[in-house]
Design a protein around this ligand. Structure first.
Ligand code: SIN
Ligand code: MN
Length: 284
């Protein structure tokens, strides 16, 4: 699942790489079926929107869901990430963002590395996000907005916003965003479920509230190079992980296998009937 030189160059130049239909419909279905079971749980890792009971972000799902544990070991993610970051990687953060129809709130303009440096003392911006769309992302349902090439500016000045949404974030002021967008414009990659977005931890991004009747579930895996592990542990482990062992890819078939099992025996798809996979990779 290696990326071409042209794809790598695009990532390094623009700060992101969009891969339409990177996961196929069977793989998407397996992941999508899992989401309502995750969001239905009352657990501290599920952060709800300020306005109601709707899940904004479900953190650390890979630690208790077999499906998402498979995803984080998927070669379609790990091999490109190692190429992009130039070394072995571990999971710094995992989240599923609901961006629910009508209720999904704004994500203010920010760089992820701003938060990871300020809160977790991550030494260098040798980290990135892998995002996979589980719904179709359109202009209507709050697509991610990127300022291309903004990652080349390094870590920008940011303020700690504790009030706008239910989740604290180090955000970038309007003047800086206007200047950066004047130079690089704004893009909103859109596409079918299964499309993937890889983006640099210093790429400036955000998203508008979702006022449409269509949900926009995106899974984010944030990977950091193992030689760049965080040095401060003030945030809970389920937000900033502390297992710095390198992830090892498993079979490319790992999600499709679950789809096949479900066709043969629908009970195989129940959340409770599957334990977390074992013996696969150093993160276990
Ligand atoms: C994020 O930046 O962490 C999330 C943005 C989004 O899901 O729209
Ligand atoms: Mn972000």
């Amino acid at each position: 699942m290696k990326l071409t030189d042209a794809q790598l160059e695009q990532f390094h130049e623009e700060g992101y790489l969009f891969l339409p239909d990177w996961f196929d419909p069977d793989e998407v279905r397996v992941m999508k079926d899992e989401v309502p079971k995750v969001f239905a749980q009352r657990r501290q890792e599920n952060v709800r929107e300020k306005t109601g009971d709707v899940v904004r972000t479900a953190f650390a799902v890979h630690t208790y869901s077999d499906v998402f544990n498979r995803l984080v070991h998927h070669p379609k993610f790990l091999e490109p990430a190692e190429q992009m970051l130039g070394g072995q990687v571990y999971i710094h953060q995992f989240k599923i963002n609901g961006k629910a129809a009508f209720d999904g709130d704004v994500w203010q303009w920010h760089q992820d590395y701003g938060t990871w440096a300020a809160d977790d003392d991550m030494p260098n911006p040798y980290a990135m996000n892998l995002a996979v769309f589980l719904d179709e992302v359109t202009e209507f349902n709050g697509p991610l907005l990127f300022i291309p090439r903004s990652h080349q500016k390094g870590k920008l000045e940011a303020g700690h916003d504790l009030s706008t949404t239910s989740y604290p974030l180090w955000t970038i002021d309007h003047e800086t965003i206007a200047r950066l967008a004047g130079e690089g414009g704004i893009v909103a990659p859109k596409g079918r479920p299964g499309s993937a977005l890889f983006f640099h931890c210093n790429l400036v991004h955000g998203s508008a509230p979702n006022m449409s009747p269509w949900g926009r579930v995106i899974v984010y895996v944030s990977l950091n190079r193992v030689d760049n592990a965080i040095r401060r542990f003030k945030r809970p482990e389920w937000i900033a992980h502390r297992d710095f062992a390198p992830l090892k890819p498993i079979s490319e078939d790992c999600l499709k296998q679950l789809a096949r099992d479900a066709r043969v025996d629908p009970r195989a798809q129940t959340f409770e009937s599957r334990g977390r996979i074992s013996g696969r990779g150093a993160a276990e």
